[in-house]
Design a protein around this ligand. Structure first.
Ligand code: ADP
Ligand code: ZN
Length: 430
């Protein structure tokens, strides 16, 4: 199951040779055409001839999200004004958007990477692909759409419509694959349950692609159960085209990052020094094929590690472990570091938990986890609720080392976000 077998299975030396060549081209191009990089290289006394091996990578400057906001709207474009054919912006979950320009080749290439990613899970032209992500500036809509079309699927640009509408499309057109955000998947799962839909009999789903936000193995298992299908983790960010940066193959054991298109580094976020392979740190990515807006050593702030063993599928592009969150999502509560995803993992391990939760921090580092129960998990018996609450507090404390308060809520009590949700309300900083 390969889309581009040759590129996907290059030997490591060939792949690294290709990376070096593309890196050299990129560095030369941005040094000539992008004042932002020209000035940075000058400051460091660097010329493109200094990049003689991949190790020389570390001599290059980082690019940060703050840099992208400073050069907003178009200060990093490396081609003539009429070359770009598309614009996307980050969804702005963490502040002002970052604008990314695509040339025609960039658009085509992003679709190629999606095609590789989908095909490695077994998607073929026979699939009906319902894209439930929002269309517009967010890459989750269009970038995924064109990739699935490239494979030859029938693509339904459903967008994030109501659950009734999604179900209608799923049933009428017998969709076999969906692309969906983790909270929307949980929400849709509880909708199916309430409607009494039997996923095995009443719908035809075989695969769900879940991504754009951190989520846990527990969430994967829940969605697989609720939809009766395989769930694959999909990772991407607007700065690097959007989806299609790293994706799980049929083995669902880590995400292959397309290393002929991106150079992957894991660094210590505090010192900026590269970490040995396998250690957990911040992912840094460099585009290798981007025409309109190449980006050098982008600090993604996403925390992960590289899986060192080769994958059974035969692809040589290395895999990432599930992204645990962004370094700036990390909460420091009474001196302890906590990622929201640790809390999600615990909550989703309780079958009584429904589709939505929120973490509130206030006062002197008091953490309250507000969590909706599912319709089935809410039997109205006060003593059951009290026992569940105690169990949750204990499990959360064991996971995070901080004892939270837990508030159990009725199904549907928390507001639902259409796009990416805000999971943490930190009133300390207000
Ligand atoms: P914004 O930065 O405004 O949220 P993006 O849509 O570009 O806009 O979001 C990209 C970010 O989403 C990534 O940097 C990462 O933090 C998160 N993300 C995307 N896919 C995944 C995934 N599969 N697992 C964990 N986090 C993810
Ligand atoms: Zn694989």
């Amino acid at each position: 199951m390969f889309w581009d077998q040759e590129s996907e299975t290059l030997t490591r030396p060939t792949l690294e040779q290709l990376q070096l060549k593309r890196l050299q081209d990129t560095v030369q191009r941005v040094g000539q055409r992008v004042p932002f990089y020209r000035d940075k290289f000058k400051e460091l006394g660097l010329t493109h001839g200094d990049i003689k091996s991949l190790d020389d990578m570390r001599r290059l400057p980082f690019t940060t999200g703050a840099d992208l906001r400073t050069i907003y709207p178009d200060g990093m474009v490396a081609v003539d004004r009429e070359e770009p054919v598309r614009l996307h912006t980050s969804s702005g979950t963490t502040g002002k958007p970052k604008a990314i320009f695509f040339s025609r080749n960039d658009v085509n290439n992003s679709a190629e990477l999606i095609a590789r990613s989908l095909v490695m899970t077994g998607i073929t032209r026979k699939d009906v692909f319902q894209n439930m992500m929002s269309y517009g500036l967010f890459t989750g809509g269009l970038v995924m759409h064109y990739g699935a079309e490239k494979v030859g699927c029938l693509v339904i640009p459903a967008g994030p419509g109501t659950s009734e509408r999604q179900l209608l499309l799923l049933q009428d057109f017998k969709s076999t694959a969906v692309h969906i955000l983790p909270p929307s998947a949980r929400y849709f799962a509880s909708f199916l349950e309430q409607k009494g839909i039997n996923p095995r009999k009443d719908i035809s789903l075989r695969k769900a692609f879940v991504g754009a936000e951190p989520h846990s193995e527990e969430t994967r298992r829940r969605i697989e159960q609720a939809f009766d299908c395989d769930v694959y983790n999909s990772y991407g960010l607007t700065e690097m085209n959007g989806p299609g940066v790293a994706f799980e193959c049929e083995h669902k054991a880590g995400l292959h990052l397309w290393e002929d298109n991106f150079i992957l580094e894991i660094i210590n976020p505090a010192t900026g020094e590269p970490l040995p392979e396998g250690e957990t740190g911040e992912m840094v990515l460099t585009t290798l094929k981007r025409e309109a807006m190449p980006i050098i050593r982008y600090r993604t702030r996403d925390i992960t590690s590289i899986i060192t063993e080769p994958c059974k599928c035969g692809r040589t592009h290395r895999r990432l472990n599930r992204i645990t969150g962004r370094s700036d999502d990390m909460l420091i509560i009474r001196g302890t570091n906590i990622f929201p995803q640790q809390i999600e993992r615990v909550l989703m391990s309780f079958p009584q938990v429904g589709r939505n939760y929120v973490i509130v921090i206030e006062g002197l580092d008091d953490m309250t986890v507000k969590v909706e129960l599912s319709a089935a998990g809410f039997d109205g018996q006060v003593e059951h609720l009290a026992a569940l609450q105690t169990q949750m507090v204990e499990k959360l404390k064991a996971e995070t080392w901080v004892k939270p308060k837990v508030e159990l809520l009725a199904p549907g009590a928390l507001p639902v976000a259409e796009g990416k949700a805000k999971r943490v309300i930190d009133k300390r900083s207000l």
